[in-house]
Design a protein around this ligand. Structure first.
Ligand SMILES: Cc1cc2nc3c(=O)[nH]c(=O)nc-3n(C[C@H](O)[C@H](O)[C@H](O)COP(=O)(O)O)c2cc1C
Length: 392
């Protein structure tokens, strides 16, 4: 595998030489990217000699003329490991600043990233650093925590770079997990649907599409091939997923049923309207001082029909449940032919809908269930996919 090793300006930078060697010993090709500050501690010559690969510092350094190295390296990498990562570099990456080769590369990459911080214990506990770490974790970046001990400045506390074997093991895990769903074709429905009342008005719901986008991103990260049938949602869908845009539940139903036979997993995250307006007005309805009556007809059950259309598929339904009663979910599982139901507790205002966090109770046909705890939607999505994989 190809690993880009980022080294920033920490006193622990010298330990990156050992890390590069150990990663190579584990069979990987390692290319090192230094920050300017790192060059005060270690040199490009050291890493070029150890790895046999060019070592980059400046964004405008182009080992192959005409090929933008920051794009090239990001494309070719299977994973990026930043060790040691300074407070400054962590904060910059969290804010999307790209002012050197390493931070610019981080803006380009879609690959798994592992960050190993090393710094003075007060720096590590600094609010901005902790906020940046939380933000990056919520976007799917993995961290290996610094250990506690005597640090170079003479203080004692948490800030020492994790051990080299621990960083190598975490890198291996990062690379393995990126293969977990390799060869698995995953079909996801996402977002709300819109049911027209007339040419300008519709009935919809509060779904932002963030959870569907998170499941798509997590599935891609775990190596799956991903197609998303998406209602009109605010949350952007990840690059790498095939997106089939739809508006109404009927359109979503049609697309999902024609795609279903070609997929291994079908995950219904979309908040599909239960009803549509019968005979919507093709023009704009006039204001009626007496009020109007809308006649609503039921929409098809997309996830149940998908399970019927492809009985071999592993089908997971999402349910926004005001109650946590597992018997309701169990009844739905058997009626719809599902593998499991991921129940959101919509009575908790801190999670679900447009929130960045979620908590799922994953309920299986035999009545057993597992709880994700409250995490970012990306982390919960990764947890969900791993749980399903482990049960198959
Ligand atoms: C001797 C010395 C050791 C340093 N060690 C660390 C460190 O371990 N962690 C850290 O976050 N910053 C450390 N710094 C401060 C960083 O080098 C400084 O914030 C720099 O701007 C980081 O740049 P970079 O993130 O682009 O590498 C150290 C500075 C000096 C002078």
């Amino acid at each position: 595998m190809n690993i880009v090793l980022g080294v920033s300006g920490s006193i622990a930078a010298y330990r990156a030489a050992d890390l590069a060697r150990e990663l190579m010993r584990a069979g990987h090709t390692v290319r090192v990217c230094l920050t300017d500050a790192a060059q005060n501690f270690v040199s490009t010559v050291l890493f070029e000699t150890l790895t046999g690969q060019p070592c980059l510092v400046d964004t405008f350094q182009e080992p192959i003329p005409g090929r933008m190295a920051h794009i090239d390296w990001a494309r070719q990498a299977d994973a990026i490991v930043i060790a040691p990562a300074t407070a400054n570099t962590i904060n910059k990456i969290a804010q999307g600043i790209g002012d050197n080769m390493l931070t610019t590369l981080m803006l380009v990459t879609t690959k798994p990233v592992l960050i190993a911080p090393a710094m003075n214990p007060n720096m590590y506990l600094d609010d901005t650093v902790q906020a940046s770490i939380s933000l990056l974790k919520s976007r799917g970046v993995e961290f290996i925590e610094p250990t506690e001990g005597d640090v170079a400045c003479g203080e004692h506390g948490q800030g020492k770079l994790a051990s080299i074997p621990a960083i190598v093991a975490a890198t291996q895990e990062l690379l393995t997990s990126s293969d977990l769903l390799s060869g698995v074709r995953v079909l996801i429905t996402s977002g709300p649907t819109q049911e027209p009342i007339d040419a300008v008005r519709y009935i919809s719901n509060r779904s932002s599409g963030k959870m569907g986008a998170a499941v798509a991103k997590a599935a891609l990260r775990l190596g799956a091939t991903v197609t998303v049938v998406s209602g009109p949602q605010d949350a952007p869908l990840p690059l790498g997923a095939t997106v089939v845009p739809v508006r109404t539940a009927a359109e979503m139903h049609g697309e999902v049923l024609s795609l279903a036979p070609d997929f291994d997993w079908i995950i219904g995250v979309a908040a599909v309207a239960d009803y549509h307006v019968e005979n919507p007005d093709p023009g704009k309805m006039r204001r009626n001082p007496d009020g109007i009556q809308l006649s609503l007809a039921p929409n098809p059950d997309i996830i149940a029909d998908a399970a019927r259309a492809n009985p071999k598929a592993t089908v997971i339904g999402f349910a926004a449940e005001p109650s946590q009663d597992p018997s309701i979910a169990q009844e739905k599982i058997s009626r719809k032919g599902l593998f499991a139901i991921a129940a959101n507790d919509i009575s908790n205002s801190e999670i679900g809908f447009s929130s960045d966090n979620n908590r799922l109770n994953l309920i299986f046909a035999d009545g057993s269930s597992v709880d994700s705890g409250v995490h970012s939607k990306f982390q919960v999505a990764t947890w969900l996919l791993r749980e399903i994989r482990a049960r198959l």
